[in-house]
Design a binder for this molecule. Structure first.
Ligand code: PGA
Length: 249
């Protein structure tokens, strides 16, 4: 059994005081450690302060992106080592907003996954199809392609440190969640794909999260599906009460 994971992706939201206030509130609300892994992904500017606020708690820190190079002349970018330095243990890689708004290709995503693992950051590797791809019956082909390209050159040993987040793009921020069965079907497909490439042990152990309009209302039925091991939550992770409800549901 994979321990469920709930990760909050704040995107470009919250100042440092707001972020630290959230962290303190979340910490106070989770008095008894939940039987879930809890991760929050603040914006870069708040990472260090939130990391300090979470020190000694069960809540883990994630960044939302990284640059694949170790260091150098990449104005405005942030490396995996810097994220480790700021207190992160996880990093989102290949979120659909990075892919669609900032032109991240599967190849770039692959390099970012390799760089994260090299510095001991656990990547949350995001994949998912567009609405027109789903309507054209291409969901499995698209997701399979993202897995193949994104995981190029990664070994079973690497996969052990990686989380997959399936986020159908049409469900992100739209209020239109995939039905638990639609999500389960693709999660099963992903797990089978991992089994074929890396063997049954890797497939059984890998956490596959669902993302896209997850709320306190729909989390329980999503988590009840056998291949859904948790959630990557955007909008509903911005409010402490709603995030706590999702974590403890
Ligand atoms: P949402 O975002 O929960 O607001 O749909 C999810 C995500 O982008 O990770």
């Amino acid at each position: 059994m994979v321990r469920p994971i709930i990760a909050g992706n704040w995107k470009m939201n919250k100042t440092i005081p707001e972020a630290v206030g959230f962290a303190a509130g979340l910490r106070a609300a989770l008095t008894s450690p939940p039987d879930r892994e809890v991760i929050i992904a603040p914006p870069f500017t708040a990472l260090h302060a939130v990391g300090e606020a979470l020190r000694g708690s069960v809540i883990q820190l994630a960044a939302q992106n990284l640059h694949e190079a170790e260091k150098g002349a990449f104005t405005g970018e942030i490396s995996g080592a810097m994220l480790r330095d700021a207190g992160c243990s996880y990093v989102l890689v290949g979120h659909s907003e990075r892919r669609s708004l900032f032109g991240e290709t599967d190849d770039r995503v692959n390099r970012k996954l390799i760089s994260s693992l090299a510095v001991g950051l656990k990547p949350i590797f995001c994949i998912g199809e567009l609405l027109r791809q789903r309507q054209a019956g291409e969901t499995e082909a698209v997701v399979g392609g993202q897995l193949k390209e994104g995981l190029n050159n990664l070994t079973a040993g690497d996969i052990r440190h990686l989380i997959i987040a399936y986020e159908p793009v049409w469900a992100i921020g739209t209020g239109q969640t995939a039905s638990p069965q639609q999500a389960q079907d693709i999660h099963r497909f992903i797990r089978q794909w991992i089994a074929e490439q890396y063997g049954p042990k890797s497939a059984a152990e890998i956490a596959i999260l669902y993302g896209g309009s997850v709320t306190p209302k729909n989390i329980a039925e999503l988590l009840a599906r056998p291949d859904i091991n948790g959630a990557l939550v955007g909008g509903a992770s911005l409010d402490v009460d709603s995030f706590v409800q999702i974590v403890t549901s």
